[in-house]
Design a protein around this ligand. Structure first.
Ligand SMILES: NC(=O)c1ccc[n+]([C@@H]2O[C@H](COP(=O)([O-])OP(=O)(O)OC[C@H]3O[C@@H](n4cnc5c(N)ncnc54)[C@H](OP(=O)(O)O)[C@@H]3O)[C@@H](O)[C@H]2O)c1
Length: 217
């Protein structure tokens, strides 16, 4: 039976991933690190509420087979570039370093379509930077998941995602041919793609673009 650690389990993708791992027979133990408690318990679930600035003090929680990092924020929530970088670059890098030190066999991070260190867009640059910094750690198996717009039920309303949801429903044939990669990904599909990939045990670094997410889901 596999064990996994999810960081970001209260988020849209993280919640789906947690639910799917808990119900999967290949997984026997799921550890979560969140900044607020989860609203349920489960026999396979071991949850820890921790300030991410203090992650270094919790290396013992990284004694698992697989680490999934689904952390992230938005500029609207972060308010400053520094705070955005903290959540989307600094914390994931600390998580990856701890995973490396604890000899975790697989590491997954959800970044975004268009992640690129040389992008003119700050968001894509930060996502590209975090991918590159984690690549340098040479983790045995490193999956970079790059979704398009993510759809699913949120407590909050996000303008871009609301529009994306409506457009996808109204004109499903819009995302064909060269536009296929822009087709939004359901959070549940991203989670099931990560789960399925984690069972393959493929060594190396793998980039899973939005269209591939749909193939692996
Ligand atoms: N939304 C999109 O359309 C979209 C598109 C492409 C890529 N992405 C990326 O995909 C990933 C997953 O997205 P998502 O929509 O599932 O994200 P989400 O719902 O916003 O969840 C983000 C997670 O990060 C945690 N988090 C944020 N700031 C934190 C902080 N300062 N300290 C501790 N935890 C913090 C959240 O905790 P709380 O629940 O406590 O806030 C939550 O668990 C993110 O990296 C995102 O940038 C998103």
């Amino acid at each position: 039976m596999k064990s996994a650690l999810i960081i970001g389990a209260t988020g849209l993708v993280g919640r789906h991933l947690l639910e799917q791992l808990l119900h999967n027979e290949n997984y026997g133990r799921i550890v979560t690190i969140t900044r607020r408690p989860l609203e349920f318990s489960h026999e396979k679930l071991e949850q820890h509420v921790i300030r991410l600035d203090e992650l270094d003090q919790h290396k013992d929680l990284f004694a698992v087979d697989i680490v999934f990092c689904t952390l992230g924020t938005t500029m609207k929530k972060a308010k400053t570039k520094e705070q955005f970088v903290k959540v989307d670059f600094d914390y994931p890098l600390v998580v990856a370093k701890l995973a490396k030190e604890c000899e975790v066999s697989q590491f997954f991070i959800v970044t975004a379509m268009g992640a690129n260190q040389h992008s003119p867009f700050f968001y894509n640059q930060v996502k590209g930077n975090v991918e590159a910094a984690i690549r340098e750690l040479s983790l045995p198996t490193f999956y970079i998941i790059r979704p398009s717009l993510i759809l699913g039920e949120r407590d909050e309303s996000r303008f871009g995602e609301d529009i994306g949801q409506k457009v996808t429903k109204a004109i499903p044939y819009l995302f064909k041919g060269p536009l296929e990669r822009f087709k939004p990904n359901e959070a549940a599909s991203i989670a099931s793609a990560m789960l399925n990939l984690s069972l393959k045990n493929d060594i190396g670094t793998h980039i899973i673009e939005s269209t591939l997410i749909e193939q692996y889901k």
